[in-house]
Design a protein around this ligand. Structure first.
Ligand SMILES: [Zn+2]
Length: 371
């Protein structure tokens, strides 16, 4: 099943909807139409509840999108590359290419999201006020949207990384100490604290018979893993800082033919020669690269039927790097393109290969040595 759908493009940024987003969209519409509006306006007709519920849900979706767009547009103004915004069950996430380079950049980028939500809250509140006496359902919808945007702004300002408030906290500590890694560490810890608080509140709510507590537990759990992951990413980036492709690449790779069966590759090359990366060539021309990861991704029962050509990363998908390219850039591009390896090319010749696992091993080695 497809995980996300592209629904459009705004200012050069792809807007995607994750499949999990439909869950929250339907849930919001359902709760609004069957419980929230009926309780407040019992005199409406049944169809009206659903219509205004759907309308309100769509505008919640637009509000979350505007929040993420605010982050993204400021990031773009600061010269960062923003690939896409994905809306999912817990809101939105903007895929911004690199971590900000300066504390004040991070600070402004983090603050514009909640500011946008706050302005939306104010705007909806004013509109709801103006519509009173004119259209009761629209007034009710805008009032709810004002509330939701207000909650969105306040919740995002909780000081735990990677929430916006946590980024603000990180930027401030970073500014004072000059140490991004330390700042991330502290802000992530606070983030984990906030996450535990939400988990605790969730359990408390459930014990009191309020099933809405499950939602808090879910959000808390998500935040906790995001805080840990965010910290890990900064550790990786600071470890790879200043490391060049030539230090990460392996030069001792074997060349094999694309017609080799996967089973042969495993027996004669991987197990026998203890190598894990191979340049696939046909005569003298480069066809692709095959790594241990590609073999692992192939079901074992197919090893006797498939050739290396079928499982390798073909050269069209390989993006060559030069020996002086930056380690972080290479790792990011492997992750974004979802490939395992890149050839290092110097003067038109492949002089080395970098595998994702080589980079990860390098990071592990350095952190074990404490350097
Ligand atoms: Zn935000």
């Amino acid at each position: 099943m497809k995980h996300s759908w592209k629904i459009g493009k705004i200012a050069g940024i792809d807007i995607h909807i994750d499949s999990s987003w439909f869950v929250i969209f339907i849930l919001f519409t359902w709760v609004l139409a069957t419980s929230y509006f009926p309780q407040q306006y019992p005199e409406w007709q049944a169809g009206q509840f659903w219509l205004i519920g759907l309308f309100t849900s769509l505008l919640i979706f637009a509000s979350v999108l505007i929040h993420e767009l605010a982050h993204s547009l400021v990031a773009k103004l600061q010269g960062e590359e923003v690939r896409r915004i994905t809306l999912f069950i817990l809101g939105g996430v903007a895929q911004i290419s690199e971590e900000p380079k300066k504390p004040w950049k991070e600070l402004t980028m983090a603050l514009v999201g909640p500011s946008a939500s706050m302005m939306l809250a104010f705007g909806f509140f004013i509109m709801s006020f103006l519509l009173s006496g004119f259209s009761e359902p629209l007034k009710a919808s805008f009032m709810y949207l004002a509330l939701i945007n207000f909650v969105l702004a306040v919740f995002n300002l909780l000081p735990g990384f990677p929430m916006d408030g946590g980024r603000v906290l990180r930027a401030l500590i970073w500014q004072v100490t000059g140490d991004l890694k330390k700042a991330t560490h502290i802000a992530s810890r606070v983030g984990q604290g906030v996450a535990f608080l939400l988990l605790f509140l969730g359990v408390f709510q459930i014990l009191r018979g309020n099933l809405g507590g499950f939602w808090l537990i879910f959000v808390g759990w998500f935040l906790h893993s995001a805080a840990v992951r965010g910290y890990h990413q900064v550790t990786v980036e600071s470890t790879l800082n200043g490391v060049r492709a030539k230090e990460l690449m392996r030069e001792d790779f074997e060349r094999i033919s694309g017609n080799t069966l996967v089973q042969e590759l495993v027996d004669n090359y991987i197990l026998h020669k203890k190598e894990r990366v191979f340049l696939v060539e046909d005569g003298q021309t480069l066809q692709g690269i095959v790594c241990l990861e590609d073999v692992k991704a192939t079901p074992r029962e197919k090893w006797n039927d498939m050739t290396v050509r079928e499982i390798m990363t073909p050269k069209e998908k390989l993006e060559a790097v030069s020996p002086d390219d930056d380690g972080i850039k290479i790792l990011n591009s492997l992750t974004v393109k979802d490939i395992h390896q890149v050839p290092v090319v110097e003067e038109g010749k492949v002089t080395g290969i970098i595998c994702r696992s080589d980079i990860l091993r390098y990071i592990k080695l350095r952190s074990e040595l404490g350097v």
